[in-house]
Design a protein around this ligand. Structure first.
Ligand code: NAG
Ligand code: NAG
Ligand code: NAG
Ligand code: NAG
Ligand code: NAG
Ligand code: NAG
Ligand code: NAG
Ligand code: NAG
Ligand code: CU
Length: 596
């Protein structure tokens, strides 16, 4: 029996939830201003996704855009298959226009997740939807369920906004402010959730925004939190939840016993981070909790306005149902959030002054697999800002936010324990991290002038991003890559992924520069980085740079001379080769600009 047959018959033992996604441009108008969005199979919003625990989640992607793309299942561990994490440039190459890519993801988790583009801020253009993973039996019983997705919406396309944002004309890094907020991809006031008296509803609230932060509440109703990002928790009753980009909660809501009145559901955009509030941006979004189609909002609404007396969730109070005592860290990594203007006049968001960028050539996962005994040399991963983790090391990330804004940080491939959170200055002597069973989640908000300590075990070999989920900040460099246990990576990358790298002009082996060994000659680092010196052998590399520059100049002169010689006898074949090279360079540069 061939290997393929064996694989097929093994797969047959499991069910698969298969989705065919043709990624296309679609004309949409959710807010009164028509624009082009990125949708699926000619429609927008993309369909919601659902998979049963232990089934295989399969998405057959066909890229019908004129730009590359990639898709990320947010919050999934991809244990043993990190090349399906969808982080373009890190775990795969971008899917070239016209190409197909099949994500095959065995589902070992349950809860509320989402699926979104992970390249160049494309999800801002609408390529985002819910992903619900269902266990055979939920931890709590309820009658019905609604998914409530909250997102921000811009009248311009991401490419326009990114150019404005990462520009010398924006040296202090003012982020584009959304034009509208949407509830379930619809304008405020349009969405209705029908409630039947006495029933219990599970609301799965997903913040899919690129920038805005929301406060969520329902007039006259308490929210009983039961899940945070795939982790079931003890019930905790609150009236308001604040969600930052990429965060999710499930709450149980008990319906009233009469149909006298309808209620408003609120998702208020918190404008603290907005530099200014554009005309027409309604901050307080609403939807209807509809008990009675003939009634509007009665006295109960005014009396029960949660803004009067509201308990806001402190996520640190959530206690996971599955008890995991605090991990004992064996290594601390300290990451300080710094926004500053760099040598090229642009404002970069960084950890420890080092802006993250995609590798210029070979994607990180293929470097980790092919660098041999150099795979633990962090410098060879270029501006991916690699930290090499040893297998089973217990990591404590100390994240210091000295910035004036809140940032939601997301770790791929894990949930982390939130051991402590507090105001700066950080003083280890007065940090109390004593919860017996600390909060676990995959995206955490760090308020201005605060720190958090996050703990996880390096038990998932592969390259994993840790980044700010405010899309603008990731674009400007606020991320690092953990190369987790590169020596323990067991898999081989499927051939079609390597083929797509080749088509896109990327390398399939060696360092971020696409060269074997430690040769980083010619690699262009992010402006401003040189002064911090990530190379221990910086001076040697500088000498090599100068050497290669000189060689480069000589080569150009030599080729120019050669061309003059050739132009006497035109050679069509060679001209074609040159054309291709030029095209490759263009595709490459577009795809590797400092965006994910
Ligand atoms: C899922 O698979 C695991 C191990 O493969 C097994 O222990 C578990 O019972 C399965 N769960 C369901 C719901 O099938
Ligand atoms: C991509 O998949 C579609 C089916 O979804 C198929 O028709 C098409 O030929 C495939 N394209 C390539 C380049 O393989
Ligand atoms: C969603 O996240 C964004 C970005 O952090 C935030 O501004 C917005 O208020 C959040 N929405 C909700 C409903 O929490
Ligand atoms: C309906 O709910 C209200 C408030 O929760 C309670 O006072 C009342 O007794 C309930 N009525 C019935 C018929 O259950
Ligand atoms: C919008 O909601 C915020 C709280 O989320 C509240 O402080 C403010 O008064 C509301 N604004 C309006 C116009 O209702
Ligand atoms: C709403 O009004 C319509 C027409 O008067 C009626 O048929 C319907 O039953 C009413 N619905 C409720 C929930 O009372
Ligand atoms: C923590 O330590 C600092 C000194 O760095 C001190 O000023 C502060 O009061 C301490 N905070 C608490 C809560 O003890
Ligand atoms: C990954 O799988 C290994 C081996 O089964 C297991 O020990 C580890 O806990 C898993 N890690 C995650 C994050 O799922
Ligand atoms: Cu941020």
């Amino acid at each position: 029996m061939s290997l393929q047959l064996i694989l097929l018959s093994t797969f047959a033992l499991f069910q698969a939830a298969t989705y065919n996604w043709d990624i296309t441009y679609v004309k949409v108008n959710p807010t009164g201003t028509p624009r082009r969005a990125i949708g699926v199979n000619g429609a927008w919003p993309p369909p919601p996704l659902e998979v049963l625990l232990n089934d295989t989640f399969i998405v057959n992607v066909k890229n019908s855009l004129d730009i590359p793309t990639a898709l990320h299942a947010h919050g999934l561990f991809h244990n043993g298959t990190s090349y399906f994490d969808g982080a373009a440039g890190i775990t795969q190459c971008p899917i070239p226009p016209g190409a197909n890519f099949t994500y095959t993801i065995p589902i070992k988790q349950h809860g509320t997740y989402w699926f979104h583009a992970h390249l160049m801020g494309q999800y801002i253009d609408g390529l985002r939807t819910s992903l619900i993973l269902r266990p055979p039996k939920e931890a709590y019983t309820y009658d019905e369920e609604y998914i409530i997705s909250l997102s921000d919406w811009y009248n311009d396309e991401h490419s326009v906004l990114i150019d404005q944002f990462l520009s010398v004309y924006n040296p202090i890094g003012i982020e584009p402010v959304p034009n509208k907020g949407l509830i379930n991809h619809k304008a405020s006031g349009s969405e209705k959730f029908k409630f039947v008296p006495e029933k219990t509803y599970r609301l799965r609230i997903i913040n899919m925004s690129a920038f805005a932060m929301f406060a969520f509440s329902i007039d006259g109703h308490d929210l009983e939190v039961i899940e945070v990002e795939g982790v079931d928790t003890n019930k905790l009753t609150v009236q308001t939840l604040e969600l930052s980009a990429a965060q999710r909660y499930s709450v149980l809501v008990k319906a009233k016993n009469t149909t006298d009145t309808n209620y408003l559901l609120h998702a208020d955009l918190l404008p603290d981070m907005f530099n200014s509030i554009p005309d027409g941006l309604e901050l307080n979004l609403t939807a209807t909790i509809q008990y009675n189609e003939n009634n509007t909002f009665g006295e109960a609404y005014a009396a029960a306005n949660p803004l009067v007396a509201s308990v806001v969730l402190n996520d640190m109070d959530l206690i996971p149902l599955e008890v995991i005592p605090p991990f004992k860290p064996t290594r601390q990594i300290s990451l300080e959030v710094v926004f500053q203007t760099h040598e090229d006049g642009k404002n970069y968001g960084t950890f420890n002054n080092r802006p993250f960028e995609l590798p210029k050539n070979t994607p990180t996962v293929l470097s980790a697999l092919t660098l041999g005994d150099q795979k633990t040399n962090a410098a060879l991963y270029g501006n991916a800002q690699a930290y090499i983790l040893k297998h089973m090391e217990v990591i404590e990330l100390l994240v210091l936010n000295t910035d004036g804004g809140s940032h939601p940080f997301h770790l791929h491939g894990h949930v982390f324990q939130v051991a402590a959170r507090g105001e700066l200055p950080y003083n280890p002597a007065n940090v109390t991290a004593d919860a017996a069973n600390p909060l676990r989640r995959d995206t955490v908000i760090i308020p201005p002038a605060s720190y958090v300590t996050l703990r996880f075990v390096a038990d998932n070999p592969g390259p994993w991003l840790f980044h700010c989920h405010i899309e603008w900040h990731l674009q400007s460099g606020l991320g690092v890559t953990f190369i987790e246990a590169p020596e323990a990576i067991k898999y081989d990358i499927p051939q079609f992924i390597k083929d797509q790298c080749t088509v896109g002009g990327y390398g399939i082996e060696g360092n971020a520069n696409g060269k074997l060994g430690i040769d980083m000659v010619g690699y262009i680092f992010t402006p401003g980085l040189m002064q911090y010196g990530i190379f221990t052998k910086g001076i040697i590399s500088l000498v090599f740079c100068i050497f290669s520059a000189v060689v480069g100049i000589i080569t150009i002169i030599w080729f120019a001379y050669d061309d003059i010689e050739n132009s006497k006898q035109p050679d069509t074949a060679e001209a074609n080769v040159n054309d291709n090279e030029i095209n490759d360079t263009i595709t490459n540069e577009e795809a590797i600009s400092p965006v994910v």
